[in-house]
Design a protein around this ligand. Structure first.
Ligand code: ADP
Ligand code: MG
Length: 386
């Protein structure tokens, strides 16, 4: 279905944010014949480097926003911490997807949890902590727990594990007493995520359930199909993701992260109002990627259900690989040629000039005829990378 509002190839699509997610959106949009414009203050941002136009101002700079609007027929965002005020300004003049309100919910863990409850999606027992009184009123059942800043946390940052009340009080002080959410520490069996796309015409499509392994709070490995999640659990996660997209009136690509508890229960953890690291495999393993879904939802082109054509394993490439153990402080180039000699390896590097430990520099996706083979090749690639 197309309608008068459809933005067709040949038009320019704008992106707020110039990181790797913006870069992969730009690649998808360009492949479909769109021009692209990126707003990011960094003159060498991964997306800015590959877009047709780069506006290198701050996210709230009026002139920058005006330039982006002048270039763009429709505008999306690539990271959730774009100030909601900027999206409101843009949304007054151009189609913006996702919208400011939906992004604002995903920017605040307390709001996000309230949405889970409203939509009937199970989530971790939790309490909001904004005042000393709320700190004192926390029930014992939430300890041991994890104290998380309500805003601006990512990759495990802005979180402190707390064993008891004394540790909780100290942790809140350590987090400068900003608004926080305390969650009970849950016994996790595994972590999964679902990428869902919803159009302005209420079409909803999804990628298959993704199984994720984190190291030090950062995503390390994604496997699709999810080897350890039962079909019933996968269905429940997909249904929850669709329900959340609808409850939010969401237009765009949304990723919902879940925990599977040791007793088999599913619990929603958090949402990202954009494509997600755990959906990167879809570039190589699915006939429609999460970034093409972002283009289609933004432009009003039809949504078709993606079809996974290959079992996939995605490995994140963190900056640590550029500093192998035992090497001096100097950067070395990882052994790409050896890795690419393995069958079904797809290398994606984000064009970041300097590596730092923990920095997401790229990823690689292994596709194969069977999940066992994809896993086997991924293990070989990981061994080569050390
Ligand atoms: P981030 O925004 O940094 O991704 P998350 O809330 O997803 O923050 O937490 C990061 C990781 O910490 C999760 O992927 C999970 O491994 C662990 N974690 C978070 N909350 C809990 C919890 N309530 N119980 C147990 N583990 C948790
Ligand atoms: Mg997370």
């Amino acid at each position: 279905m197309t309608n008068a509002k459809t933005v067709l190839p040949g038009a320019t699509l704008g992106v707020m944010g110039g990181g790797q997610l913006g870069r992969m959106f730009v690649h998808a949009a360009q492949a479909m014949g769109y021009f692209t414009a990126v707003l990011d203050p960094d003159p060498a941002s991964p997306a800015g480097l590959v877009a047709h136009y780069h506006v290198d101002t701050g996210y709230l700079d009026e002139q920058g926003l005006a330039q982006l609007m002048q270039r763009s027929a429709a505008i999306t965002t690539e990271f959730e911490n774009v100030p909601a005020a900027a999206l409101v300004t843009l949304g007054a003049h151009r189609p913006v997807a996702p919208g400011a309100e939906a992004v604002a919910v995903c920017q605040d863990r307390a709001e996000e949890k309230a949405l889970f409850v409203r939509a009937g999606v199970p989530c971790a027992p939790h309490a909001r902590i904004e005042t000393e009184a709320e700190l004192a009123a926390v029930p014992d059942s939430l300890l041991p727990g994890i104290l998380k800043t309500a805003r601006l946390g990512y990759d495990g940052k802005g979180q402190v594990r707390v064993a008891d009340r004394a540790a909780l009080a100290a942790a809140w002080g350590q987090l400068k007493q900003v608004p926080c959410v305390l969650e009970a520490m849950l016994p996790l069996a595994l972590e999964i995520s679902v990428v869902v796309a919803r159009s302005a015409f209420d079409e909803v499509v999804q990628l298959p359930v993704q199984q994720n392994l984190h190291r030090d709070g950062i995503l390390a490995v994604t496997q699709v199909p999810a080897p350890d999640a039962s079909p019933a659990l996968q269905q429940q996660a997909s249904d929850c993701a669709a329900a959340l997209a609808r409850a939010l009136g969401y237009v765009g690509v949304l990723c919902v992260e879940f925990f599977v508890l040791q007793d088999g229960r599913l619990v929603a953890n958090e949402m990202a109002p954009r494509p997600h690291n755990s959906g990167h495999w879809s570039i190589d393993g699915s006939d429609v990627s999460q970034f093409e879904l972002q283009v289609r939802t933004l432009t009003g082109l039809p949504l078709v259900a993606p079809r996974q054509h290959s079992p996939s394993v995605m490995l994140n490439l963190l900056g640590d690989l550029w500093f192998p153990q035992g090497a001096s402080a100097a950067e070395v180039t990882p052994p790409w040629a050896k890795v690419l000699a393995l069958p079904g390896v797809h290398l994606h590097l984000y064009g970041k000039a300097s590596a730092r430990p923990g920095r997401k520099m790229g990823h690689l996706t292994v596709t194969a005829a069977s999940a066992a083979e994809a896993r086997d090749v991924a293990l070989q690639a990981a061994a080569l990378l050390g």
